[in-house]
Every structure is written in structure tokens, then in C-alpha cells.
Design a protein around this ligand. Structure first.
Ligand code: 5GP
Ligand code: MN
Length: 356
């Protein structure tokens, strides 16, 4: 990992006074809202629902998971998913009411309130106690209880560690364990990324002891392609991917009409960007996706090359060192050109990464 990334974490549980205040919060009946970032991924829903089942085990709270936007089919199998309120649905008023009446709001897997989309101001202005559990860089300062480590593999790992710090792992049910395992699995790229340290495997092991079956979760998550989605992937890889060996960069752009051609549903482009990095010696892979008159961009990199910096500096985005996202108001071709114009400035950095 880059030496520029300082080891940084903040665990409120390391202060006895804060830990006691949190126990008090947990042990008094409360109205709790759990929320996560828009376009939820496996870690966003895994951590939210994992925490949801944990808090439910107290049997004294009214707990609702509210997602700023709908989830993709990819996560539809998760336990508890039917109980999640989508803020962009007819449940919006109910969700609004729950947020404004909440005693505590648990903010999981995002570091900036801007990622709550239309819920941002509601949560920002709420007088509820805020709990932040997250592993993204540069968190906003809005929470009363912060459990944050930017080197954690996933928010699910942090939820487990928090429950452990509370000495309450006995309350982790099989449902909770399945949710937490899901986020660890997805955010580590199936235990592949550099964030996969001994702690990740230890926690995964503890979750297996709770009854998690890795084969089932892997099939539920990854072997549920629609035929159209697989054809879209084939099309992108054979016709849309560009590889620039002079920069060690792969990129792909997909228009809205191409997505339509393959009946692509929300979220079905997820993961395609990773294929660019499977090219030998590629350092960065990028995908530009046209959606709702905007271009959504996903960046992936290996080693020291920081895509979060690139996304922050040029594409109003951010994320993690090796996995980041951003957006562009330009059209697809203009966005591609903007990106290509930037590459010479990164050439030295891209070429200085070790070759395999
Ligand atoms: P993805 O490319 O899978 O959408 O996102 C990769 C990582 O970057 C995720 O951790 C995600 O939370 C973060 N990310 C994606 N889009 C944005 C964005 O527009 N702004 C910021 N700050 N982070 C983003
Ligand atoms: Mn995450």
C-alpha cells in the first residue's frame, strides 16, 4: 500500500466514556435508522443488514434500514432485504418520518453525507445521535460515535470488530453472519485485494463458525447472471475495451443505447471494469457508463497508483486508493477525451509501477 496513505483509524470504543455512552444507547429502547450510500453494494447492504440483525437481537428497538436508492437484483437474495425502505419509492414519506423521529442514525459504508443523495439534508439536519462505521478516505465530521479505519477491508469487517469490542459476538445470528460475510467477500474482491489481511480471514473464519456457507453465498452473489448480462459482458470485452500499453491503461465506454440493446438493468455493469485489470501489466482500468444524461465512471488500479486521487481531482468523485468512482457532465466522447488528455500527466506514475 502507498506510503502516502497514513495509517489512520478512529475507534470510539477505545475511550471508556464513549464506550459506556454507546452501551447506554444500545440498552435503552430507541428508534434507530440504519443507512448507507446510494447505489448500495454488497458491503453497504451487508453491513446495514448485519447491524440490523444485531440490533434486532436486543428486542427493544424499532429499527429501519433506509437506502437512498433502490438496490440491484444482485443483492435481492440477502436476508432482511425485504425490510429495507427505498427512499426513492412510495415509502419516501414513511422514510422521511422515520429519519426525523430517529433517536440514532447509523451511517454505514460512506464517509461523506453527499453520498446519501436526496436524504443528505434530512440526515444532516436531524438531531439524532449519529454513528459512523466506515472505511472510506477523508470522512466528514458529522458523527457522535466514529468507528472508522481506512485500512479496513470493508465496513462489514468494522461492524464485526465493533460488536467484538462490545463483547457481544454471541448476538450474531446466522442471518447477521451471512450479511457480514457478503460485504467482506464483495469488498475484498473475494479475498483478493491488498486489504485482505490476517484479520479479514480471522473474521471470515468466525463467521463460518456461525454457520455461513461460502459456496452458497458465492453462488447467490456471483452465479446469478442473466443471459443478457453475460452477452453484454462479452460485447464490452470484445468490442468496447481499449488497451493502451503505452500507459498500461484499459478503458471501456458504454452508451445508454448499448445498455438498452442488452436489456441491461440497474447495476448489471458492476464488476465489468475489473476485467481491464486482468490484462498482464495493466495498472488502471476505467469504465464510462452513460446513464440519465450523466457519465458514471468507475476506476480500478493496482499497487501505488491512486485512483481515488484521480477521481477526486478530475471527476468529482473519490473512494479508495485502488477502487474509486466519479462522474462527468460532458457527453461520453468528451469524457473519454478528457480522460485521454489527462493520461500524459500520469504516464510516469503509471509506468513506474512494478511489472508482473
Ligand atoms: P464503484 O466504481 O464500484 O461505483 O465504486 C468504487 C468505490 O468508489 C466505492 O467504494 C464507492 O463507494 C466509491 N465511489 C463511487 N462513486 C463515487 C463518487 O461519485 N464519489 C465518491 N466520493 N466515491 C465514489
Ligand atoms: Mn465498503
Amino acid at each position: 500500500m502507498s506510503p502516502k496513505i497514513l495509517y489512520m483509524k478512529r475507534f470510539f470504543t477505545e475511550s471508556e466514556e464513549r464506550l459506556n455512552a454507546f452501551y447506554k444507547l444500545l440498552n435503552n429502547p430507541g428508534k434507530f435508522v440504519i443507512t448507507s450510500h446510494q447505489n448500495p453494494d454488497g458491503d453497504a447492504f451487508g453491513s446495514s443488514l448485519g447491524l440490523y440483525f444485531f440490533l434486532k437481537s436486543f428486542d427493544i428497538h424499532k429499527i429501519t434500514v433506509i437506502s437512498p436508492t433502490d438496490h440491484t437484483d444482485f443483492l435481492g437474495w440477502m436476508p432482511g432485504v425485504k425490510d429495507v425502505l427505498n427512499f426513492e419509492s412510495s415509502a419516501k414519506e414513511q422514510a422521511r418520518q422515520l429519519i426525523s423521529e430517529a433517536d440514532a442514525i447509523f451511517c454505514l459504508d460512506f464517509s461523506s453525507l453527499g453520498r446519501l443523495k436526496d436524504m443528505e439534508e434530512l440526515v444532516r439536519n436531524s438531531s439524532a445521535v449519529k454513528v459512523l462505521i466506515d472505511h472510506h478516505q477523508e470522512p466528514d465530521q458529522f458523527a457522535d460515535f466514529v468507528f472508522w479505519n481506512e485500512l479496513a477491508s470493508s465496513t462489514c469487517e468494522l461492524v464485526y470488530q465493533l460488536i467484538e469490542a462490545l463483547d457481544l459476538t454471541g448476538r450474531i445470528s446466522l442471518d447477521a453472519a451471512n450479511c457480514l460475510y457478503t460485504g467482506i467477500l464483495t469488498d475484498t474482491g473475494s479475498f483478493k485485494f491488498d486489504s485482505t489481511g490476517p484479520e479479514v480471514h480471522r473474521i471470515a473464519g468466525e463467521l463460518l463458525r456461525k454457520g455461513v456457507r461460502p459456496n452458497k453465498i458465492n453462488r447467490d452473489l456471483f452465479d446469478t447472471n442473466s443471459f443478457d448480462r453475460l452477452r453484454l459482458l462479452g460485447y464490452v470485452l470484445s468490442k468496447k475495451m481499449v488497451y493502451l500499453p503505452e500507459y498500461r491503461v484499459a478503458y471501456m465506454k458504454i452508451s445508454e443505447s448499448e445498455l438498452k440493446q442488452y436489456n441491461s438493468k440497474n447495476g448489471e455493469t458492476e464488476g465489468i471494469v475489473n476485467y481491464g485489470l486482468s490484462i498482464k501489466d495493466a495498472v488502471m482500468s476505467v469504465i464510462f457508463i452513460e446513464k440519465d444524461q450523466m457519465i458514471k465512471i468507475s476506476f480500478r488500479s493496482v499497487d501505488e497508483f491512486s485512483v481515488s486521487q484521480l477521481a477526486r481531482d478530475h471527476f468529482s468523485g473519490g473512494g479508495h486508493h485502488n477502487a474509486a468512482g466519479g462522474k462527468s457532465d460532458l457527453n461520453l466522447e468528451e469524457t473519454e477525451q478528457k480522460f485521454l488528455n489527462l493520461l500524459p500527466f500520469y504516464k510516469n506514475q503509471l509506468l513506474s509501477q512494478p511489472k508482473s
